[in-house]
Each structure stands twice: as C-alpha cells, then as structure tokens.
Ligand binder design. Structure first.
Ligand SMILES: [Zn+2]
Length: 199
C-alpha cells in the first residue's frame, strides 16, 4: 500500500504516469509497504500466462528476493525509476523516504534494487543518471543504497507513519530499531539465482 499523501499524475507521453506527494513527506517515512492485497506470481505461474499478461506484469511488477513477481494493487505500481531515487528500502518489504519529499514532488525508487531481469536505458534526468539500468547494478551501488536507506530507517520512530499498521514484520523492525546490529541490509532483496519467466 502506498502512502496516503500521494496521488497519480501524468508525467509525460514518454514516461506515462507517476506517483506524487500531495503533502510534505519527511525522511524516514514509510512510503510503501507490501500488503495482503498485493499479488504474488511465481515463475511457473508466469510461464502459464498468455503473452499479453506477461507483458503487463513485466511492466508493472517488481521481483522480490524469492524471484517472485509482485504486482501492487494500488498506484504504487506506477512508481518510476530515478538514478537519484528519494525512496529506497533496507531488507524489509517496505520503501522509505531517504530524503525529505516536498509536496508536488514525484516519489521514485531505483529499479536497480528491484532485480531487473534485462538492462534498460534510463532517461530519468538525474545529475548522475546511469543512462542504463543493469541487472547487476546492486554489485556497484548496493553499499550506497544501503547507507541511504539505513540512515532513514533510524528515523522511523521520529516521524508519522500512516503505513505502520500495514507492515507485516513490525516485531522484526522494532528489534532492528532497538539494536542496529540486527538491521537487515538492502542486499536481502537481491536475487542472485533465479529462473527467468518464459526461459
Ligand atoms: Zn537515470
């Protein structure tokens, strides 16, 4: 479920739709959390789908650490990529604002953290745009993503969290807030070995 202070807006004919803040969202706020209405598809299920369904799933889903595709039921599936994303995740099934997000600003994440199967060109316009997003970006960028997400994680208790009740592993997260040594790194999300749907 995506943060309630967001809405869908049309960005451009090239990019399509995006998720925008309707109010300021401070760093440390959970901006999305996996919830029971999100759909999970295994590689076997995807192989059995007709091509049009696979195509839509590839466009709107992300791949979790199990190699399953997750299709968000709400406008979270319209999060666009940025090479300077303002939302990232540590090793739990939520995204967190890694800097203050102003009202009217687009919420973005880094598709490199979401186990992309194929390389794709990037036109995000960020100062340090990578121009191409690669399946192994996490090898080069994982440590920096983790630093950003970790710093934001420890602000969780200091900002309003409208999605807190949606989070499934609250006890695990509370334990990590109490003891930083128990914090899962972002690397928890990365699939190192997976079956490519349709292969
Ligand atoms: Zn880019």
């Amino acid at each position: 479920m995506v943060h309630p202070d967001t809405e869908l807006r049309f960005v451009s004919p090239t990019i399509g739709w995006g998720v925008f803040a309707t109010r300021p969202i401070p760093r440390g706020t959970l901006t999305w959390a996996l919830d029971v209405l999100d759909q999970r598809f295994t590689s076997a299920e995807i192989r059995a789908m007709p091509p049009y369904a696979r195509e839509q799933l590839e466009k709107y889903s992300y791949v979790d650490f199990r190699g399953d595709h997750i299709l968000c039921w709400d406008h979270a599936r319209f999060f666009n990529h940025s090479c300077s994303a303002n939302c990232l995740s540590v090793g739990y099934e939520f995204e967190i604002a890694v800097r203050d997000i102003a009202a009217g600003e687009e919420l973005t994440d880094d598709y490199g953290t979401l186990n992309p199967i194929e390389p794709f060109p990037c036109f995000c316009g960020a100062n340090h745009c990578r121009t191409q997003i690669l399946p192994d970006d996490h090898v080069r960028l994982g440590a920096e993503w983790n630093r950003l997400a970790r710093d934001a994680f420890f602000l969780i208790r200091s900002v309003p969290q409208p999605l807190w009740d949606v989070v499934s592993d609250r006890a695990t997260i509370e334990a990590a807030l109490d003891d930083p040594n128990r914090l899962r790194p972002i690397h928890h999300h990365f699939v190192t070995k997976r079956t490519v749907p349709g292969a």
